[in-house]
Design a binder for this molecule. Structure first.
Ligand SMILES: *Cc1c(COP(=O)(O)O)cnc(C)c1O
Length: 398
């Protein structure tokens, strides 16, 4: 009896064993302090070079105060989906403010960036349509594409010419097309050539969508994102964003033309069938927009820290890859070396993640450093010294 029930699940043990054998098993660390420059991780106080807290807003007093006030005024949960009774004035206000911040006609606030892709893509394309998708697009884009049941055609990474060839060849066989790209690619920190992709898509009448999760609060004037960075206002049909990275809270946004956003209010399934974000989260997001609109100080400091860290790492002899953003890959080659490097950094008091295949290509394993505005010069120097020590010890630099 008990044998047959455990047998039914034996595939799980086999798969876990395979993950462990191939070095792909994820060791999940427990964080025991607020997100900040220094955190307590698995009981040890370490410098945090790991989170997407680009502007240091995750533990910001103004966001915390807004969240607490919202709980007192509104309670803790909406107890409904947005389309039934879950659209509170806070949501409406946040959508208005986000649209204003991004310079678009309208915006729809959903539960997460992941949800935003599930919400937008299947509403825009279906079985009879085709999606042109960058080879390195984020998992949530890939899943959103699959969910739509449209034909997915992958073009080479950041290659508008390949996108053009594939659109020309395939578009005539389908009802309509959608081109989708990440704005900033999270493994390399490179930026999609949005202007050229737009030109290509527009010349064939293909809809355009960009996921700006790592560009929001980072790129553009005062962190207004990748569309602002390229001056493409009013051109991209859909901009996906997240409020869980630079904004420091949680939530996703679909921004763009009013016609599209209104349509998504009728069609987007996570909006229709999953409960709204809580008052505390929504109010904290509003406070984040306030901060971004009131000053460029945090965004400026983020870039200042990024320039300093990257140039010092290069001076030490590290290869920091193709990054154009605060995402700083430290290229190491083989996965076991990257893993060892990350473990040694942790012992030296620095928390930075090792990434290996299949997250990044074979032979391109790396440590990924995430820079934040909250890091002081002293913090950055502490990190640089640890990298120098471990780099020499493991023969990565001389
Ligand atoms: C992080 C990320 C997401 C997911 O955003 P969440 O708000 O954390 O769900 C979606 N797309 C891209 C490109 C991302 O980097």
């Amino acid at each position: 009896m008990s044998d047959s029930t455990s047998d039914k699940l034996s595939f799980i043990d086999e798969e876990i064993a395979r993950l462990k054998q191939e070095g792909l098993y994820i060791n999940i660390r427990t964080i025991e302090s607020p997100v900040g420059s220094w955190m307590v991780v698995d009981g040890k106080r370490v410098l945090n070079l790991c989170t997407n807290n680009y502007l240091g807003l995750a533990d910001h007093p103004k966001l915390k105060e807004a969240a607490k006030k919202a709980i007192d005024e509104w309670g803790v949960g909406p107890a409904a989906v947005r389309s039934i009774a879950g659209t509170q004035r806070l949501h409406v206000e946040l959508e208005r403010r986000l649209a204003q911040f991004k310079g678009v006609e309208d915006a729809l606030f959903v539960q997460s960036g992941f949800c935003a892709n599930q919400a937008a893509i299947p509403a825009l394309v279906g079985r009879e349509d085709v999606i042109f998708s960058d080879r390195l697009n984020h998992a949530s884009i890939i899943d959103g594409c699959r969910l739509s049941r449209a034909k997915i055609i992958v073009y080479e990474h950041c290659d508008p010419d390949d996108a053009r060839r594939k659109i020309e060849e395939n578009l005539p066989n389908y009802r309509r097309g959608l081109l989708i790209t990440d704005g900033v690619f999270s493994m390399d920190g490179d930026i999609a050539p949005l202007d050229k992709l737009y030109e290509v898509a527009e010349s064939y009448g293909v809809m355009t969508m960009v996921d700006d999760a790592h560009g929001e609060g980072v790129l553009g004037r005062g962190g207004r994102g990748i569309v602002d960075h390229f001056g493409l206002h009013g051109k991209f049909d859909v901009e996906i964003g997240t409020l869980s990275k630079a904004f420091g809270v949680v939530g996703g946004v679909i921004a763009g033309k009013k016609r599209i956003v209104d349509y998504l209010r009728q069609k987007a399934r996570p909006f229709l069938f999953s409960s709204a974000t809580t008052p505390a989260d929504t109010a904290a997001c509003l406070a984040a927009v306030d901060i971004l609109e009131s000053s460029t100080e945090l965004v400026d400091r983020l870039w200042e820290n990024t320039r300093y860290f990257k140039s010092e790492m290069q001076r030490l002899g590290f290869d920091t890859g193709q990054s154009q953003t605060p995402i700083t890959p430290v290229m190491l080659g083989e996965a076991p070396l990257a893993k060892r490097f990350s473990e040694r950094l942790f012992e030296e008091g620095v928390f930075a993640m090792a990434l290996g295949y299949p997250t990044v290509p074979l032979g391109a394993a790396r440590i990924r450093v995430m820079i934040s505005a909250s890091l002081t010069r002293e913090d950055l120097d502490f990190g640089l010294e640890a990298f120098a020590r471990v780099g020499k010890e493991l023969g990565v630099i001389s």
